[in-house]
Design a protein around this ligand. Sequence first.
Ligand code: ZN
Length: 181
Amino acid sequence: MEYKLIRSRRKTLGLEISKGEVIVRAPLRCPLREIERFVESREGWIRPRLAASISQTEAAAASHLSAEEIASLKQEARAFFAGRCEYFAALLGVEYALVTVRCQKTRWGSCSRKGGLSFNCLLMLAPREVADSVVVHELCHLRHFDHSPAFYADVLSIMPDYREREAWLKKEGRTLLLRAT
Ligand SMILES: [Zn+2]
């Protein structure tokens, strides 16, 4: 069985499966045959976990969007967010400077102190109501630069079911973010 050996100043042998790879951690002077014996004795534990890890890693890679797909999502997102920002900004009575679209792995939107709004194009893969909720969230930051009760009062005033939309994003959003490359 193939594995990656990492020696360090530890006292015992350790085993780990990560991203489709078996990793063995061993003390600096531990003889190789002892390590081999250790790995052999754990084969029953390793095999099923390794298989699961490999298929998970492959699934994650397969779900990555191609450059063309991202470009087309961005194009769609630019038109969508420009329109929705205009619509909700009028309802809220706020003014923004600029709307940009990015493909990000970690965040859905942001708002700068200069009034620049930025949105993740992966929101185009979420329900429209969810993308709208991010628009409202960022627009309300033009008035409150925090997540204070006053901020949420503004959000809820024009989107009473905001919490449900936010919950969707928290639950399902992680898989969407994994599709960024
Ligand atoms: Zn926020």
